[in-house]
Each structure stands twice: as C-alpha cells, then as structure tokens.
Design a protein around this ligand. Sequence first.
Ligand code: IMP
Length: 502
Amino acid sequence: MSGEAIKKFLGNATTVAVVCNQWGDTGKGKFVDLLSGWADVIARGTGGANAGHTIRIGDRQHIFHLIPSGILRDTEGKINVIGSGTAFDPRAACEELAVLEKAGLSYGNLRIAHNARLVLPQHVVLDRVRESNAGGRVGTTGRGIGPVYADHYARVGLFVNDMLNPEVFARKLKQNLREKLTILRNYDPEVVRRVLEHPHAGGGRFWNKEAIFDTAAIMEAYREYGARLRVMVADTDSMVRTMREQGKHILLEGAQGNLLSVDIGTYPYVTSSDASVRALAQGVGLRERDVDLALGIVKAFYMTRVGEGPFPTEIGGAESAAWCNTSGITKATEEEQFPDADVNDAVPFRQGVGIRRAGAEYGATTGRPRRVGWLDLPLLRYSKHYTGQEVVLTKLDVLDACKEIKICTAYEYGGPDYQFGAETLRAGKKLEVAVPDTEVMAHCAPVYAAFPGWCIPIRSMRSHRELPKQLLDIIRFVEREADVHVRAVSVGPDREETIFAG
Ligand code: IMP
C-alpha cells in the first residue's frame, strides 16, 4: 500500500482514530498497522490487557495485549503511547517487552502515561472470583479490568507513577486492599488461593495464608516493575497535545468496540471502560473534536461477540452461545467434533462453526470461540451515532464461499410488556435502531434481507471495479440502509488486501 494512496485516503486529516462499531475483534489492528507508517504518534487511550492483537516477528506470531500495534515502527521521531485512559498492568507490559527483547527488537519509542490506571493483583483476583459466581457472569477476560476502573471511579485507585514512589505506593496499596479484603473474606478461601496462583495474579507469589495478600511481596514486585519501566513513564497527555499542535500525524488506536463500552454498549455485558472515539481522544489527552477522521470498523457481513449477553443475529442462537461460553472449548475441540461444519451448512449451529473457522474467530486473549451472527443493521445504526458515518468493512473474504448472505434490517420485539420511558414496548413492535438495554435486546428477533453470495475468491482483487456485482450490491444496501459511507474494504489480512473507496 503506497504512502500516496494512504495520504489520498486520509485527505487533510492529521488526527485519525480507528475504533470499532461492534463488539471488538473487527480487524482494527490491520488498519492501525496500515496507517502506522503515516503516523508520527500511535496512541492507545482505552482498555488494557483485555485487548489482543497478533504481531508477526520473523516467522513467529506473538499476541500482544497492552503494547500498541505500532511498536515495531521504530523509526526516528515516531512514538507509541499507552495513554492515561488505559488500565496498565505492569506484569503484562514487562512480559510483552521481554518478548521484544528476546527477538532483539528495541522499544525505545514506547511512552506510558504517568496517570494510567494501575492494575494490581487484587483487581485480577476480584475479577476472577466474581466470574466464578455462575449467576453473575459477564465472561470477562480475567485481566482485572472491571475492578481497576471501579477503583478509579471510587477514588481509591493507583496510578502508574505510584510505582516510582515506594512510600506513596505502600500507603495507597494498604488503603486499596482494606475494602477488598472484606469482600474476599466472603469467598471460599480455597477459591481465592487458587485464583492467586494464576499467572496473571502473580502465580502464587502474592498469596498469604492469614492475610490473603502478601503486601510486602506486592510492594517488592511493583518496585521492580517501576524500576524497569521508569524511563518510559511520561506526561503523555501533554506530549500528544503538543505533537498535534505541531501538525504531527496522530493515530489513535481504539480497543474493544462501541457495543462493549460501559457507557454506550450492551450493559452489563460490556467491558468497564468507554470504548468510543470520545473516550479514546480523552484517554490520550485530546478532545473528541480534535479527531479529524474517525474510522468505524465493521466486520461484514457477519459479526462476532465474546462472552455472555444478548446477540439477536447469532447463528445457532442459544445453542451457539452455550457452546462458545463453555469453558475449555477451543479451536481444536471444534475441529475434532465438527470436522465438516461449513459456511453453507443447513444446520445453523454448524453454519456458525463453519463461519467461525473460515474467519479464524477464536479469542486472541482467551482462545475462546467467538460467537458468530449476521451483520446487524439496528446495532450499526445505533453505534454510528457515536463514531460518525465513515466506516471500513473488514473480513469480506471470509464469506467468499457462502451461497446466501443474510443482513438483519430490523428487530421484532417479542418479550413481555416493557416500560421504556413513556412508551410501553409490546410484542410485535418493530425496531429499526437497537435499544442497548438487555431487557429489550434479549427479546429481539431479527428481520432479515437475504442476498445471493458472490461465490468467488476476492482476496486478489485490488479495486472496486474488480469486485463482484453481488458484493457491491450488498455494500450499497448497507450504505443506504444504515446511512454510512464505506471508505474502505478489507479483502484479506495483508496490508495490500485493502481497497479504498475511489
Ligand atoms: P473485561 O474487559 O475483561 O472485563 O470483559 C468484559 C467483556 O468484554 C467480556 O465479554 C469480554 O469477552 C469482552 N471483551 C473485552 N475485551 C475484548 C476484546 O478485545 N475483544 C472482544 N471482546 C472483549
């Protein structure tokens, strides 16, 4: 992809955000990578080690959770930022830096916000013990994200900079632990001990039989992390603002997606940070209006979700949800049990497995199978209110062999009478824009439009002119029905496999 083509694509924009209009895992990483050659700064401002992207180093693939996708673009003047809005887990960061070190790669271009929210072992423990309560499961990634943001808003959180000041750290740690201990004493001590043995919670290093947490061990570990990371810790908010004022190119890398946002997503089955472009800008020290171009990534013409929560267009419905959320199911299990599942399978559950396999839809962070459904326009119409009209369609090639493509154009509500403000929602009501209220979403049946598939491989195509008519018809349908502009489409995982709108 030439620099000229990218410049033309971005027009006069100097601050560009790449966010997801769905439930994450839509291929943001490819676009961040594609644009990172253009950028002077690549910055994350939301989420934490719950995200995951694959980076190829030599002939090996590595999964990174925290470090921005642009880390390997170590050219002069280019920096990568983990911004103030993120949940920063120094254990995960040091592990990822060790991978780079081992490969002989430098990361001198990385800057970490002094005021990013600091993930501590008790956050990971609370996240995991809560998830062990079958009734209240969200299906989190177990990285401590919910508890760390909750502490931030409860004004008892710690910041990255606290690691650099051992006395301040000790005082704040003890205050933070006090309330956690009261909660954790209500759990089976054996469950708590087991969770503390998880590698993400210190692998047993922080466990103490009487006190639950060994505070001295936590202090020592965080002092070491601090010593290791100190040179990278900076006031990144000011740094990004200054670079913007100097006319530098700023690329903002979203995490998760609008529908997973705690503020605008399908609550409570969401992550605990706001994943919108507004939060992304704020999480790197900018205002939303500083973003010249927000690209909303949309996987098409299927979509995915990981964890629990309503998913009206899920192929295979409740059976698929139950299967994907059963612990221990992996790609290998599916291959063994459903070797012939296919994207055209007549049994919806198996068709879902077939599409998942074709799209390699297994979690980068957890290895879980992602639930698969058809593209949902009521959700896209809702989501685009927050990102704007500019969208990028990704993974179009996954459905190359699919004979019929279905698109959800509206919902029919089928639940009990539900008071929604002044309006009573009754069974039979048609909804064109999703209402992200679980009580409503759980009872929405999709209304579909069906289209013939294109049934030829499209990965080698490089212009709109080459794309099959059936595919272009569906793109136009989506643009018209959801009132969006498709600015680019991705026809394969490689950079070159991208077609910009003419
Ligand atoms: P948490 O962010 O670990 O608290 O998880 C809350 C919900 O968000 C769960 O359903 C996760 O599967 C989902 N989630 C968090 N991060 C990602 C992501 O990067 N992609 C997809 N789903 C995610």
